[in-house]
Design a protein around this ligand. Structure first.
Ligand SMILES: C[S@@+](CC[C@H](N)C(=O)[O-])C[C@H]1O[C@@H](n2cnc3c(N)ncnc32)[C@H](O)[C@@H]1O
Length: 380
């Protein structure tokens, strides 16, 4: 019934809807296009999704809404007050949300649910990291979670991103009236610099367990930079954790949808997908094998949870997934000491670490119990 109401509304509104949304889209794309190749355009994708969830009331995010008033592509009146409300209005009026705007995502998951699935996974991981005092957003883009997390003054928050993208965000925060002093900004290119050294220089305490959010970034990096990021987390105190998502290697390189999305993202934003993790035969076994073969497990990194998204049937390719890895030297190697970035000094943990998030029905990440025995793969 809701769906019928929604479709009727769309048909009725179409003469207004179509031109306003088209103009809103162009208004949105133009500043992105002008800064193409310098400032991340793909950062607007998850941000736009979060704005929609906010307007639909399914994931309130007032800080993102506030930040939208400062960012080049979203600050126009046309986009925020006309196009976005028109996009989400029919859903509210009809009390029906189409799949691509649904938060949390509907199951089974398809590619149009990617942003909702990602957001849901990392939101839950962040709750599990609630006991930690340090939070780092790697490749932060327009994410505002760090600002919300910092509402507890005991906590330290760092955002790392490419210099030009970070400069745009800082200017936008200023324009939007959000107190940027709550977060320490660290400009760094993961492909060229050690973000851990840059963070340590900016005040990250390497003796405290830290939570790293690495949302929507691994696919833009070469494999050595991906591995180096995970290795840096492995060296940190027990209880440190990283929550990340990825495309599947098989989907990105072998499927026509993967190749199409890859080409479209490059054409529109000038950004390249470079890396995907294997998800065969199952995401958990594949990731654990990767940790072993790359020596990450020997460094102290343990897979805590893993999910894969998309079609899991034989002959089909899941398009991606997400995982949480924790620094757990004792379980990974049986050794009793930890080492810092120089590989010489033990770094003992001095506060509680990442805990297991509670499962929410069949949709949440599943725990990898121990060793290689249990599967975190969610068939969806
Ligand atoms: C798709 S956006 C995701 C932004 C944010 N994590 C979110 O989910 O809203 C990818 C982000 O990764 C950053 N990024 C990509 N390659 C990077 C690199 N080599 N070094 C640092 N940041 C990078 C981009 O600047 C951008 O902010």
């Amino acid at each position: 019934m809701g769906r019928l109401r929604y479709l009727l509304l769309i048909v009725l509104l179409l003469p207004v809807w179509l031109p306003v949304l088209t103009l809103g889209f162009l208004w949105f794309q133009w500043p992105i296009w002008r800064q193409r190749g310098r400032v991340s355009g793909t950062a607007y994708e998850p941000f736009g999704a979060r704005l929609c969830y906010h307007l639909l009331g399914s994931r309130p995010d007032p800080l993102s809404w506030q930040l939208a008033a400062g960012l080049p592509a979203t600050r126009s009146w046309w986009f925020r007050q006309l196009a976005l409300p028109l996009l989400t209005g029919p859903s509210r009026l009809a009390a029906y949300t189409p799949s691509f705007l649904h938060y949390p995502p509907e199951r089974p998951l398809t590619l149009t649910d990617l942003l909702a699935a990602r957001t849901e996974f990392h939101d839950r991981a962040l709750v599990a990291a609630g006991g930690l005092r340090q939070f780092v957003v790697l490749g932060a883009g327009w994410d505002t979670r760090g600002f919300a997390w910092r509402s507890d003054p005991q906590r330290k928050v760092f955002e790392v991103d490419m210099p030009a993208t970070q400069a745009v965000k800082r200017a936008a925060l200023d324009k939007a009236g959000i107190d940027a002093a709550r977060v320490t900004f660290v400009a760094c290119d993961f492909q060229r610099q050690s973000w851990l050294e840059a963070l340590a220089a900016a005040g990250l305490d390497l003796h405290q367990p830290t939570f790293f959010l690495w949302e929507g970034v691994s696919m833009y990096l070469e494999e050595p930079a991906v591995q180096e990021t995970l290795r840096a987390v492995a060296r940190l105190p027990e209880g440190s954790a990283i929550s990340f998502d990825f495309f599947s290697h098989q989907w990105l390189n072998d499927s026509w949808t993967g190749k199409l999305v890859r080409t479209a993202v490059h054409l529109v934003y000038g950004e390249r997908f470079r890396f995907g993790f294997s998800v065969r035969p199952q995401v958990t076994t594949a990731l654990e094998l990767y940790l072993q073969e790359s020596g990450l497990q020997a460094c102290g990194l343990v897979l805590r949870e893993a999910v894969s998204w998309g079609d899991q049937r034989p002959g089909s390719v899941p398009f991606g997934g997400a995982a949480v890895c924790v620094a757990d030297q004792v379980r990974a190697t049986g050794q009793e000491t930890r080492r810092d970035g120089s590989g010489s000094q033990p770094i003992p943990a001095s506060s509680p670490g990442y805990t297991q998030p509670s499962a929410s029905g069949s949709s949440g990440p599943r725990r990898v119990a121990s060793g290689r025995t249990s599967s975190g793969t969610r068939d969806s």
